[in-house]
Each structure stands twice: as structure tokens, then as C-alpha cells.
Design a binder for this molecule. Structure first.
Ligand SMILES: Cc1ncc(COP(=O)(O)O)c(C=O)c1O
Length: 390
């Protein structure tokens, strides 16, 4: 059964009728329930309805607002031009499908999101994977790729993420870029978690590492910081124009509905003009991560807002602990267990946002200390489930 969170999107929501402190929404900047955003969404739905514009962009589904959003997104991430995508998942799969042919070789990070992996599966040519952020192995894969493309006359496409959504590590973009001139590859960056959260202006992980200009294709979904639906890819005009006419998930699908486009323009405006949203986010991130570290929790190697708390225990213990945390401590976060992580590892993934408070952080650290002690004492080993009131 999938859990149901009820109420307005906020740090306090309801789970099974009880209030919980929610740390599981990628609503990084708190825009999901920002009054200006809610107003813009509602007004646009009133003005345009959900149908407009009908058809694919290429046929009858274009509008001046779609083009305005593309211009503003491109400018924000410092690229020449951008293409709107109706969903991130299909979008990136389809970009990968469009941009390579059987002569080309893909080299990608092993921890890449499912949408990248599925896009790579569509590729007819060779693909090589390198262990997550392992630059020594990355170079080996580049050598293998280059040997092949020297024969086929194709190119090498490197795909990685700006911020990895499970570990919270940034992709090693600077190190990757350093090998560009030697091997002559191009980079497709999925910055789903970095867009809006990382870099001085929020332009993402490339900006944070000073290499945004070297990201040949910059992709992000609107599902995280923008708290909406849709996505975009930005880059040089000739490449994006090629994608405009060749990304199958767009040319054979209805374009993004107008309320989402107008809503995205409003979100982007707030992202640009309210740096305090990002500052609040980072205030909470720093307090939370410092709180966990000083209480001897293992939060891995995160250098972004994504905060994984790594514990040791069985799948049964994870179930009991999660139930205790949700039902008795009123804290709701995502839990990752085997087979996503190795047997014996439990990861509680915390996503801080700009609308959490320092009190929320303090309460959470106290609760985590309590459940960690219970876990260490074997309390969650019991065959029976943790008790909680109905
Ligand atoms: C890294 C990454 N890429 C792509 C996607 C897919 O985006 P969407 O939810 O817009 O389909 C996600 C999840 O939202 C993601 O985390």
C-alpha cells in the first residue's frame, strides 16, 4: 500500500489522521504552496483551462508563453536556448534516444536515475558504465569508448547527474570536464535536484562547480524545486533545434498545458528574484546536517540538501523503525532498504526545504537519537509490530 499524506503541502501534514513532520517532499524552495504560486496556478487554470493548447508543439500546441518560458529558462541556466518537455522521465529517455545513433558510445554513472538508465537502454550502440563518481574508472571507460568511436566515426556522450538523489553527492563535473579536451566527448547533465538549489544564482550543480558553460546539454525536471510538472533541456541552438524536431516524447505527444507553463513562469520568477528562498533552504540544510554529524549519525558524503541517514539493520527492523518514527514520533521521511541498498543497510532519506524551521530540525534530531538507541538495543528485532494508537 502506498502511504497517503493529506493536507496542504507543508512541513506539517497528516498521515493516517495524525500530524507528521514531513521530510520527504522535493519541495526544496517551498514553492508548492507559496501564495503567489497558488494564485498564478489558479488564475491560469481559470483563464485557459487544462486543454489549451491542443496538439503537439510541432502541430498546433505552441504558444507565445511556451516560447517565453523556454527563453527565460535558457537565460536562467546560461544557455543559448531551451526546449520544454512535458515530463522529465520521458523527456530525458527520449533526448538520449534522439541524440545518439549506433556509431556513438554512451558513458554514464552507475547511480544514474532510472530515466537515464531507461534512455540508455534505447541506445543501439555501445554503452559503458562507471562506478558512481569513480574518476579513475571513468577514464578507463572513456578510453574504451574512444577506441570504438575512432573506428565508427561516432562520438562519445557522457551522462551524469548534478546531484544524486539518494546519496546527495554532486556529480564530479569539474573532474569530468577536465578530461573533455583529451577525449573529446559531450556531456548531458541531469540536474533534477541541483536546479534551484545549487550555485550562486540557483542555476545548478554546473554553476556551483564553475563549469556550467561546459555542460553541453543541461536538463532538469520541474518536479523538484519548481514543485510542478514538466521539464526542459537547454544548450546550443543547433543542438536544441535538432531536438525540437527529433525528441519523440514531444513530437508525438500533447504539449505542456497552459496553466503549467504560466505556473512555471511564476515559479522561475520567484526563483530568480527571491534568493532568500535558497538561503532559507541552506540554513535548514546546514543545521540538519551539522545536527546529525555532531550526534554521530552517518550521513555519508552528501554535499547538497539531500540528506541520507545510514543505519544498520534488517528489512524487518526497518519496517518497525519506520512505523515507530511515523506513528509515535510524528516524523515522515522516505526509507530505502534492500535491494536498493545492500542487505543490512537502512537509509532514511531526509529532504530539507526552505519552509522547515530550526525547531523542526531540533525535534528531528531528538527523535532520531531515540530510534537509533532503540535500534542499537535490539528493540525493533521483535517479531511483533511496534505498538501505536489507532
Ligand atoms: C534525476 C531525475 N531525473 C529525472 C526525473 C524524472 O522527472 P519527472 O518526475 O518530471 O518525470 C527525476 C524524478 O523526478 C529525477 O530525480
Amino acid at each position: 500500500m502506498f502511504p497517503i499524506l493529506e493536507g496542504e503541502i507543508a512541513p506539517r501534514m497528516k498521515f493516517r489522521g495524525k500530524e507528521v513532520l514531513t521530510w520527504s517532499l522535493n519541495n526544496y524552495l517551498g514553492l508548492a504552496n507559496h501564495p503567489e504560486v497558488r494564485m498564478a496556478d489558479a488564475q491560469a487554470a481559470k483563464d485557459w483551462g487544462l486543454g489549451y493548447p491542443m496538439g503537439a508543439r510541432i502541430m498546433s500546441g505552441n504558444s507565445v508563453y511556451h516560447e517565453q518560458l523556454e527563453r527565460e529558462l535558457a537565460e536562467f541556466v546560461k544557455k543559448e536556448t531551451a526546449l520544454l518537455l512535458n515530463y522529465g522521465y520521458q523527456g530525458i529517455c527520449s533526448i538520449i534516444d534522439a541524440i545518439v545513433d549506433r556509431k556513438d558510445v554512451i558513458v554514464y554513472d552507475a547511480e544514474s536515475h532510472a530515466s537515464i538508465v531507461d534512455g540508455v537502454r534505447l541506445h543501439m550502440g555501445k554503452r559503458f558504465v562507471f562506478p558512481h563518481n569513480n574518476m579513475e574508472n571513468f577514464e578507463k571507460q572513456l578510453e574504451r569508448a574512444k577506441r570504438i568511436t575512432d573506428e565508427t566515426g561516432g562520438g562519445v556522450l557522457v551522462i551524469t547527474e548534478g546531484v544524486f538523489g539518494m546519496s546527495g553527492n554532486m556529480g564530479k563535473l569539474k573532474e569530468i570536464v577536465a578530461l573533455k579536451s583529451k577525449y573529446g566527448f559531450r556531456i548531458l547533465l541531469d540536474d533534477a535536484h541541483g536546479f534551484g538549489t545549487m550555485g550562486e544564482t540557483g542555476a545548478g550543480a554546473g554553476e556551483a562547480q564553475g563549469v556550467q558553460g561546459e555542460m553541453d546539454l543541461y536538463f532538469s525536471t520541474f518536479a523538484k524545486s519548481m514543485a510542478s510538472i514538466g521539464a526542459f533541456v537547454a544548450g546550443d541552438k543547433d543542438v536544441i533545434d535538432f531536438l525540437r524536431y527529433n525528441v519523440r516524447s514531444q513530437i508525438f505527444a500533447k504539449s505542456v498545458p497552459m496553466p503549467l507553463v504560466i505556473g512555471a513562469l511564476k515559479r522561475l520568477d520567484l526563483l530568480r528574484t527571491k534568493p532568500e528562498l535558497r538561503e532559507n533552504l541552506w540554513k535548514i540544510v546546514n543545521a540538519l546536517q551539522e545536527g546529525f554529524r555532531s550526534n554521530n549519525f552517518n550521513i555519508g558524503t552528501t554535499n547538497t540538501p539531500v540528506t541520507p541517514v545510514v543505519l544498520n539493520g534488517t528489512v524487518g527492523e526497518a519496517a518497525n523503525l519506520t512505523m515507530d518514527l511515523r506513528e509515535n514520533y510524528g516524523i515522515f521521511c522516505s526509507v530505502v532498504i534492500y535491494p536498493v541498498v545492500p542487505k543490512g543497510t537502512i537509509i532514511l532519506r531526509i529532504i530539507p526545504t526552505a519552509v522547515h524551521s530550526l525547531d523542526d530540525v531540533a525535534l528531528t534530531i531528538t527523535a532520531f537519537n531515540a530510534i537509533k538507541k532503540k535500534l542499537d538495543d535490539g528493540y525493533y528485532k521483535a517479531q511483533h509490530l511496534v505498538e501505536f494508537s489507532e
